[in-house]
Ligand binder design. Structure first.
Ligand SMILES: Cc1cc2nc3c(=O)[nH]c(=O)nc-3n(C[C@H](O)[C@H](O)[C@H](O)COP(=O)(O)OP(=O)(O)OC[C@H]3O[C@@H](n4cnc5c(N)ncnc54)[C@H](O)[C@@H]3O)c2cc1C
Length: 500
């Protein structure tokens, strides 16, 4: 039920991880200046300490805050990210790797040829449908280039970042405080619920009672306010996404690091490789149903070629989302609102979207909860859109080397529209209308979905050579070649990434 506007004088954010400090910065920017914003944290409860890759949306955060790239990147040992390389996700011969790029403006000239090549390939014609050939960022990543073009080239590419998550938290904390957000230590041990079911105060065994009009839960997986105190239901994605644990290790940088995240399939999950300026972050995300923490650690050590002197950190993950992210006078942001495993590094993107959209709804709703149902529905759609794309990576694999991969490939407990999409691809339909009708392109574009299917080599195994004596075939093959020339030519305008 929508409640009448009640003046919000004070907002308390609980939790000093990345989500808490991003929330503090953005709310301070977007809410009325006379609203007090306080962030409270419990230093004795560690932050998750991972989350080092982003989508291009993180640029928007720093643009909104007016912080130059050079300033925050150097403070956080950050590098650029052109996209994600997937290694070993399928056994289809010739498809041992592919690149999922962030978009470049020049892709507008090439994506059409890519979509058509995929279509012909689905019809059984032997044409090049590897996404690497068609997208500028794939060329830049392979050539070891960075994403800022020289001044003579007017087209831009989208890029994300890799960064040290602890340093990012510290940087944003300093910035939020400079905007007027206050901070104090306050470990929440109890939550006082008012008669109407909303939160009236927080209690700390050491620090007393803290009252506010609105509370933001950024307490990580514990979801201390929204789940433990308010009892908002958690919807698990474990039937679709099996991974629930990770082991993390750091290794030194190599001299020729490429500006991409690498995601390599291992026997019971996958390993990330994220190059920073100071070190490389590595982690193995796996399912504890299929392998023990010790087995995962040993497999990651073997994969990285490191011995026991390299420190390993083990983490548990809760994969799914809340039924409502904004409930009564509480908003959940970050791991407390849900998590869809880190394959596409979308968690901070969801943090930003949640806070931006919340602030917008609050202000447009005259600081009431009038737009709460619409807000919750929109955030849930975002979560589901990302989930479906990630589930696709598991369901489409055809590895047979472990029960984990065989079970993923055989999993029929899928969202209905994902089943329909795979059917449409295999039936050689134009998947564009299907994506739109089922809102599957609301987060990942038609290009991304084509990259996924074509990167996995989901094509007929019997291929007919393209008959280059036919003029229309000749002309299309020429267009495919032209795309390669075009991307090579464009890439020359992007400087090589300087060796460290
Ligand atoms: C294996 C793994 C890999 C990931 N990789 C990526 C990635 O590549 N990209 C990406 O965007 N995201 C990634 N994420 C997600 C990312 O780490 C988080 O979204 C991000 O760090 C935000 O976390 P958080 O602030 O919600 O929680 P946390 O970092 O856990 O912070 C919680 C805070 O709440 C405080 N707190 C807890 N309980 C209380 C209490 N009772 N009283 C007071 N304070 C309390 C803690 O002290 C802490 O400061 C990954 C996550 C995992 C698990």
């Amino acid at each position: 039920m929508v409640s009448a506007p009640k003046k919000i004088n004070k907002v308390v954010i609980v939790g000093g991880g990345s989500a808490g400090w991003i929330t503090a910065c953005l709310l301070r920017k977007h809410l009325a200046a006379d609203i007090t914003i306080e962030l409270v944290g419990a230093p004795e409860i560690a932050t998750i300490g991972v989350g080092e890759g982003s989508t291009p949306q993180l640029r928007g955060l720093f643009d909104t805050l007016g912080i130059p790239e050079a300033e925050w990147m150097s403070a956080c040992n950050a590098t650029y990210k052109l996209g994600i390389e997937f290694n070993g996700w399928t056994d289809v011969p010739g498809y041992s790797r592919y690149f999922h790029p962030f978009v470049a403006q020049t892709d507008l000239h090439t994506q059409d040829v890519f979509i058509h090549s995929c279509y012909y390939r689905r019809l059984g014609l032997d044409v090049n449908a590897n996404p690497d050939h068609y997208f500028l960022n794939a060329a830049l990543a392979q050539q070891g280039r960075q994403p800022l073009a020289d001044e003579s080239f007017p087209f831009s590419v989208e890029y994300g970042y890799h960064f040290d998550s602890t340093l990012l938290g510290r940087f944003l904390a300093t910035y939020a405080k400079s905007l007027g957000v206050t901070y104090r230590e306050f470990s929440v041990s109890d939550v006082v619920i008012a008669e109407d079911g909303s939160i009236s105060a927080l209690v700390s065994a050491q620090h007393g009672v803290l009252e506010a009009d609105f509370f933001v839960d950024c307490t990580g997986f514990s979801a201390r306010l929204i789940s433990q105190a308010l009892g908002v239901k958690f919807i698990s994605y474990s039937a679709n996404l099996f991974n629930d644990a990770a082991v993390v290790m750091q290794t030194p940088c190599l001299p020729d690091e490429k500006l991409m995240t690498q995601s390599t399939a291992l026997s019971n999950g996958w390993a990330w490789r994220i190059p920073l300026t100071s070190r490389v972050g590595n982690g193995y995300v796996y399912s504890s149903k299929y392998c023990s923490a010790e087995q995962a650690e040993q497999e990651l050590r073997a994969h990285l070629g490191v011995d026991d002197s390299v420190v390993a950190r083990h983490l548990k993950m809760k994969v799914g989302r809340l039924e409502q992210h904004w409930y009564k006078n509480c908003l959940a942001v970050g791991l407390s609102q849900g998590f869809i495993e880190p394959l596409e590094a979308t968690a901070l993107h969801l943090v930003q979207t949640t806070v931006e959209m919340f602030a917008d709804c609050l202000v447009k709703g005259n600081y009431s909860d009038a737009l709460q149902p619409e807000f919750n529905q929109r955030i849930n759609t975002r979560f589901e859109g990302i989930r479906d794309y990630i589930v696709g990576h598991y369901r489409l694999n055809n590895r047979t080397d472990s029960q984990y991969w065989r079970d993923n490939a055989a999993n029929e407990d899928l969202p209905l529209h994902l089943k329909g999409l795979t059917q449409a691809w295999l039936s050689r339909e134009d998947i564009g209308p299907y994506l739109t009708a089922n809102k599957l392109d609301s987060y990942y574009s038609i290009n991304s979905w084509h990259c996924l299917f074509s990167g996995y080599g989901i094509y007929p195994s019997q291929l007919v050579p393209a008959d280059s004596t036919k003029p229309e075939v000749q002309s299309f093959l020429r267009r495919i070649d032209d795309v390669g020339h075009f991307n090579r030519m464009c890439s020359q305008h992007y400087p090589l990434n300087k060796p460290r």
